[in-house]
Ligand binder design. Structure first.
Ligand code: NAD
Ligand SMILES: O=C(O)C1=N[C@H](C(=O)O)CCC1
Length: 269
């Protein structure tokens, strides 16, 4: 049997799930050992390769994460907040590296990860791509260089199936801008403008979300001053960038102490 780290993918039939399965399967640094979907999904009990329209893979899709996680070294999880909370408990019991790409997690969801991180490595990021993580550094730097007369707006665009807004990436970028400016994002966040909103609050960090078609993910951080504007932009054209980052995180986590980490740690940024 190979001694490459064994990886389980949750949300196997999803947009990211399928991309992750291809990425892990094609990698010479890891092996795919399990695939989890929600109870009632029509892939449960089927061979994963066949369910994806290809040759048999020998991995049977299950709705039992406990069974799937035993014997694995890492789980890569791009699903939904409630599912991710459950997976975090099971990954902690099994001492697996838990890579979390799921977005839309609220404060309670994030707090629930803390006890799990006492037993397992958790790497969580709203965006696993190298480009976006570099963009957060640039955003922080530009925000630190400009005063609050420069209005900061984060504008994001995604496909029409996305269920959360602002995107996890937009929130990462907003946090970086707030950190650079030395303010709290929670106290200065402005989103969902509609109707007679009144003038923009001085020093606010605004968010706007566009949803349409098959847009993979686009993010602008706009710094609007008097007579000039700076725009930092990232455009994702292929979900492979997120999957590659997630696999890198799963491998990176193998020799780390339990705790909560992000992609900045993984990428050494
Ligand atoms: N961090 C990143 O880099 C990054 C990149 C892309 C997407 N995402 C996030 O990943 C998540 C998934 O995105 P997507 O486009 O693949 O969505 P999707 O709806 O295509 O896939 C989600 C999958 O999770 C499955 N699922 C839900 N509950 C489950 C459960 N209890 N057990 C097992 N499976 C369950 C669904 O059946 C579905 O197949 C979203 O939160 C999205 O924002 C993050
Ligand atoms: O497709 C999605 O959903 C994406 N989600 C992440 C986010 O919320 O920022 C990353 C980009 C794609």
């Amino acid at each position: 049997m190979s001694d490459l780290p064994g990886i389980v993918i949750t949300g196997a039939s999803g947009r990211m799930g399928q991309m992750l399965i291809r990425t892990v399967t094609e990698s010479d640094k890891a092996r795919l050992v399990g695939a989890v979907e929600r109870t009632g999904h029509d892939w449960i009990g089927k061979d994963l390769g066949e369910a994806m329209g290809g040759a048999p893979s020998g991995v049977i899709v299950t709705d039992d994460p406990l069974e799937a996680f035993s014997g694995a070294q890492a789980v890569i999880d791009f699903t939904a907040p409630a599912a991710t909370r459950e997976f975090a408990k099971i990954a902690a019991q099994a001492r697996l590296t838990h890579v979390i790409g799921t977005t839309g997690m609220d404060e309670d969801d994030i707090a629930a990860l803390k006890p799990c991180a006492r037993h397992a490595v958790i790497v969580r990021a709203g965006n696993m791509s190298l480009g976006v993580n570099l963009l957060t550094l640039l955003t922080k730097k530009v925000a630190a260089a400009l005063d609050a007369d420069w209005d900061i707006e984060v504008i994001e665009a995604h496909h029409n199936k996305k269920v959360d807004a602002p995107s996890g990436t937009a929130l990462m970028l907003g946090e970086a801008a707030a950190e650079g400016r030395g303010i709290s994002l929670a106290e200065n966040r402005e989103s969902g403008r509609d109707g007679i909103t009144g003038a923009r609050k001085h020093g606010a960090i605004g968010f706007s979300a566009i949803r349409g078609g098959d847009i993979v993910g686009e993010h602008d951080v706009l710094f609007a001053g008097m007579g000039e504007r700076i725009i930092l932009r990232h455009v994702a054209t292929d979900r492979a960038i997120f999957a590659r980052g997630a696999l890198k995180a799963a491998l990176w986590g193998q020799d780390k102490a339990p705790g909560e980490y992000d992609m900045m740690d993984v990428l050494g940024l």
